[in-house]
Design a protein around this ligand. Sequence first.
Ligand code: FES
Ligand SMILES: [Fe+2]
Length: 387
Amino acid sequence: MSERLQTHELETRGPETRGLETPQRQTPDSLMLYGFWYRALPSGQVTRNRLHKAVLLETPLVIGRDRQGKPFALRDACPHRGMPLSCGRFDGQNLECSYHGWKFDAHTGQCQLIPSLTSDQPLKVDRIYAGSYPCAENDGYVWVFVPEPPLAGAGFTKAVEPSFPAPRVPTFDGKYKIAHLTADLPCSVDHGIIGLMDPAHGPFVHQAWWWRSRHSIHEKQKNFEPIPMGFRMSAHTPSSNSAPYKLLRLYADADSITTTIDFVLPNLRMETIRAGKYWFSSLTTVTPITRSHCRIDVVACWNIFRWVPFGPELLKFVFAKFVEQDRQTMENQSEGLKHNPHLMLIDDADRPAKWYFQLKAAYLESRRTGTEMRHPISGPVTLKWRS
Ligand code: FES
Ligand SMILES: [Fe+2]
């Protein structure tokens, strides 16, 4: 573990390269954080009459819904001889393995029946469990809690109960629109996340005539503060150089528009924009699938433009365009990363990325030592960059 943690430590060289730090070539087992909720599948994909496969943190899962529509998630391997349970049959309550017909309760994983047992064989069937994971359904996604330590393969272990609920998109009144977007990214969760929080790629990756051109690049100054397990870009008035914000200011008839962006471990980016009585909020997650693949899911809720017929389509269009630009960029980047080149993080534009690695290291350290997590950011910080 200590070896692994050293890879997170940022090495600073001589004065001429101050602010220039070698990146973290992390070993795969520190890439993914256990003990958190993750978005597994969009709710709409999890139909009642079928079993669905998903992978989270390199763990294959079978996901389905019971008769009442409540989702469940089991490890997609029978505790008997490893047959994927997704090959089995589900009657709305119990899942029957396709190999020898063992039956498991879909929610608890507890074994209900072993057909090969004779009446005088004393094996206690109910002591056997298929790996089962807590499930929740929020904002159009089935969330799965991936425990720490990872569930042992087969056996006798019940599901762990998470001590905190699955995240939600913050909403500010009852009536709003909701939309989601998803994209697979061919890179590790770390590159997915630091790509998401990177302010300097905007003018180069997200160009569009209706948004901004690369020539609109200018100096910016943003205030950050530590929050539990993460950091916040404090409420600020977004840059006025983009057309949609100008439009919004006019439409909302509000003097000020404020936006807040939070990043919280393991993978949550929450953005809230408020203008008078109007608001827009989103929760973006970057979910580790394998060590070299992740998935970005954006769920947005808003009451802005709710009455304008083309409003939601317009917002979705803007969002989809952004996500696609990021996806394309990361696909190209993954080519460059294939052979593990040296990388660097610079101040201040890459400071959020550094904080991410420091937060992760601090979290892993606190788990290792059983002590409280030492937050790497001691107080409010102002960062400057041009974008
Ligand atoms: S492998 Fe599932 S019942 Fe034997
Ligand atoms: Fe981006």
